[in-house]
Design a binder for this molecule. Structure first.
Ligand code: LCV
Length: 259
């Protein structure tokens, strides 16, 4: 059974993540279907994409599928990890993607939201950046995406506390574009999409790619890269990494020791 729903209305594509029993955890299966759908949208010259969960969802996405994280001694967020593949597809899709949020957004799903071009959220939305809660060493481009989404102090607060941030505060901080009522979400999202849809698609796709390239333009030396990868390895080789994943799977609180 498909874990997404898809429809196209007047060159506006709507992808609904629909694996509700698993809270739209970003499994390989769900990610692959989104990627295939985006490829189809590119062939059909879709001009705007709305990425959403079913109406009135309590959880937009629970983030990376924790069952698919390696238990130890392997980089959990390597190049071919489904979450990493999805982020790159969203960033390079040649038309704007609008995250239409209802419910809670967790972990890597926050980065999915930040990898979209704009964000509209209902008042009940929360955003929780969770590597510190699970004991996961987030990867370099993921950290850069968080840095591009919020200010220095806010990125640190979200990363170190792993606490959910309200849509109201996220809008006030410019992390999301609009907070609207649940009743107006659909009409508001479609109105915004049509504003974009009626503009010049070539100009928009080139501006989107320019923004991506310039946002990612960071001077990082091989020595810096190796240091970061070495530091990350100490995390995913650690007791705490295993403990964080095991505690989640065993539905208990983790007991982190710092080793
Ligand atoms: C697999 C899940 C998940 C899930 N994976 O429903 O950013 S990083 O570095 O942390 C990155 C590695 C990452 O994104 O990690 C994942 C971070 N996500 C979270 O910490 C959220 C984990 N999930 C939850 O806290 C709860 O599931 C929420 C609050 C989202 C929903 O709670 P609710 O009570 O409504 P359940 O917890 O009962 O979950 C329903 C089913 O979805 C599975 C969960 O195991 C359960 O499956 P079973 O019915 O088979 O027990 N599920 C939820 N999240 N991230 N599976």
């Amino acid at each position: 059974m498909s874990v997404i729903l898809s429809s196209i209305h007047d060159a506006v594509g709507i992808i609904t993540m629909n694996n509700v029993t698993k809270r739209n955890a970003l499994s390989g299966a769900l990610v692959n279907e989104i990627i295939q759908c985006l490829a189809q949208y590119q062939r059909e010259e879709v001009r705007v994409v709305l990425l959403r969960a079913p109406p009135e969802s309590k959880v937009w996405s629970a983030g990376h599928d924790v069952n698919e994280l390696p238990l130890a001694r392997r980089d959990p967020l390597g190049w071919n990890d489904p979450l990493r593949m999805l982020i790159r597809e969203l960033e390079t899709f040649p038309a704007p993607i609008i995250a239409v949020l209802e419910g809670s957004v967790w972990g890597g799903a926050c980065e999915v939201v930040f990898a979209c071009d704009m964000v509209i959220a209902t008042e009940n939305v929360t955003l929780a950046v969770t590597p510190a809660k699970l004991g996961v060493p987030y990867n370099i481009t993921g950290v850069l995406n968080f840095m591009n989404a919020a200010s220095r102090a806010i990125v640190r607060e979200m990363a170190f506390t792993a606490q959910p941030m309200s849509a109201e505060r996220a809008e006030r901080l410019g992390i999301i574009n609009y907070m609207v009522s649940a009743e107006e979400l659909d009409d508001f999202s479609m109105r915004l999409a049509m504003q974009i849809r009626n503009n010049a698609p070539l100009s928009i796709s080139v501006i989107k790619e320019q923004l991506r390239l310039l946002e990612s333009a960071q001077s990082i030396t091989p020595r810096m890269f190796e240091r970061i990868q070495g530091l990350r390895r100490t995390v995913y080789d650690s007791h705490d990494y295993k403990e964080g994943i095991s505690a989640f799977l065993e539905k208990r609180r983790p007991d982190f020791t710092g080793h």
